[in-house]
Design a protein around this ligand. Structure first.
Ligand code: HGY
Ligand code: MN
Ligand code: MN
Length: 412
């Protein structure tokens, strides 16, 4: 089937969504349920309506835009990603998968293709952990990995509950209706930038992902003793920042000591109180991200970090609270979906690389619901989660072409 991919439409959509930002250019910030997120969602809804899709939104704001197939009772084939963006991030992370799925469906419609299985675009709520500390909220809840009670317990850093924020954003449905049954979808395929440098280094335009890394998140709160920076002698101090600094180095050491080159650990945020130059830090909070493509070395690192926190805080007489927010198993992509992706790449003459995703994506949880696949396109310089993030328009179009033909193969 001959498909034309409309590059101009893709770039216009990416520009329009990038303009919905909580911060000035060049970075893009789009906090879930915030003002910019609302504007971006409204834009995507309008574009889905323009294409003739039937829209539904659930209690979390997951958006489902469906093209009914000739056999509408069959489970649908879906594609999509996220549009939320962490502070000062790029304009391609997630949005390429939403805009790309819209253009893939549009190209199939323009070509006169008629799917048997319905085709559905999904915009997942809150893939980034920025607001509630946990990533993939929307897809996690769809897969049943987060129940209504756990959702209601989530608060942002200002203490506002997820419930309060979602209702204020207009998503008032019942949380217990969010979870989907296995079998709701026949297959799911996500298009995403690689966020690493393998494809660019190897000069390969398409990545076909076989497995998605196992992410975990720790939060450590440290309570020392504040005091006057001039009056309190060094040996009398219980400095929360210094305990946190030792812990951050222990996090690095734990990742380097698992024996797996794939273990990565990051102290992504480190907040202290009161934050005055002449006051001894009384409290500190660290958010720690630990991953590996396998759960066992990742869990080894988690155990080492937990032991280090206890030892450091014991020696420094600092109280601590260590919370494990999530420790998800890795996901494997479905062999039949991988085979479809590889076949399409061969038919289109695109070199492709079978690879592991070190970043997590909504496909990590969709793989619990249905056979799933993940397509990567190159990230310039392997850069992501910052304003310099860039994907070449021709690579985006190649990714969309692979997605469109694969959706046709899976829904025919
Ligand atoms: O952190 C991740 O892996 C994803 O980009 N949110
Ligand atoms: Mn991201
Ligand atoms: Mn992403």
């Amino acid at each position: 089937m001959e498909l034309t991919i409309n590059k101009a439409a893709i770039l216009a959509d990416l520009d329009a969504i990038a303009a919905c930002s909580d911060s000035p250019p060049p970075g893009v910030t789009r906090l879930v349920y915030g003002e910019a997120d609302q504007r971006a969602r409204a834009y995507v809804r309008d574009r889905c309506r323009q294409v003739g899709l039937q829209l539904r939104e659930d209690a979390l704001g997951n958006l489902f835009a469906r093209w009914p197939g000739t056999a509408p009772d069959l489970p649908a084939v879906a594609s999509g990603s996220h549009i939320d963006a962490l502070p000062e991030a790029g304009r391609y992370d997630g949005t390429v998968g939403v805009v790309g799925a819209l253009e893939a469906i549009s190209a199939l419609r323009r070509a006169g293709y008629q799917p048997r299985h319905s085709l559905e675009l999904i915009l997942f709520t809150a893939e980034e952990p920025t607001r509630f500390g946990l990533g993939c909220l929307g897809s996690r809840a769809l897969a049943g990995a987060l129940d209504p009670e756990q959702l209601r317990a989530l608060r942002d850093s200002a203490g506002r509950s997820l419930d309060e924020l979602r209702v204020a954003a207009g998503f008032t449905g019942p949380l217990d209706m969010v979870q989907l049954n296995r079998g709701h979808y026949a297959a799911f395929v996500e298009l995403h930038i690689e966020q690493g440098s393998i494809l660019e280094t190897e000069g390969v335009p398409i990545g076909v992902v076989r497995a998605i890394a196992a992410p975990a998140t720790l939060r450590v709160h440290l309570q020392g003793q504040g005091g006057h920076a001039g009056a309190v002698l060094m040996l009398e101090r219980r400095d929360a920042l210094l305990a946190g600094a030792e812990i951050a180095l222990a996090v690095e050491h734990a990742a380097l000591s698992t024996g797996s080159p794939n273990t990565v650990a990051t102290t992504g945020s480190f907040q202290i109180e009161p934050g005055a130059v002449n006051a001894i830090p009384s409290a500190a909070t660290l958010a720690i991200d630990v991953r590996d493509s396998a759960a066992e070395p990742r869990d080894h690192a988690l155990a080492a970090i937990s032991a280090a926190v206890a030892a450091i805080c014991g020696r420094r007489h600092v109280a601590y609270q260590l919370d494990l927010l999530n420790a998800d198993p890795p996901a494997t992509c479905d062999p039949a979906v991988i085979e479809a992706l590889v076949t399409v790449c061969e038919a289109l003459g695109f070199p492709r690389e079978i690879m592991v995703s070190r970043a997590y994506h909504d496909s990590l949880f969709m793989a619990r619901l249905c056979p799933s696949g993940l397509i990567f396109i190159p990230s310039r310089g392997g850069v992501s989660h910052c304003a310099d993030e860039y994907a070449d328009p021709d690579h985006i179009c190649q990714g969309v072409a692979v997605l469109a033909h694969t959706l046709a193969r899976l829904s025919g």
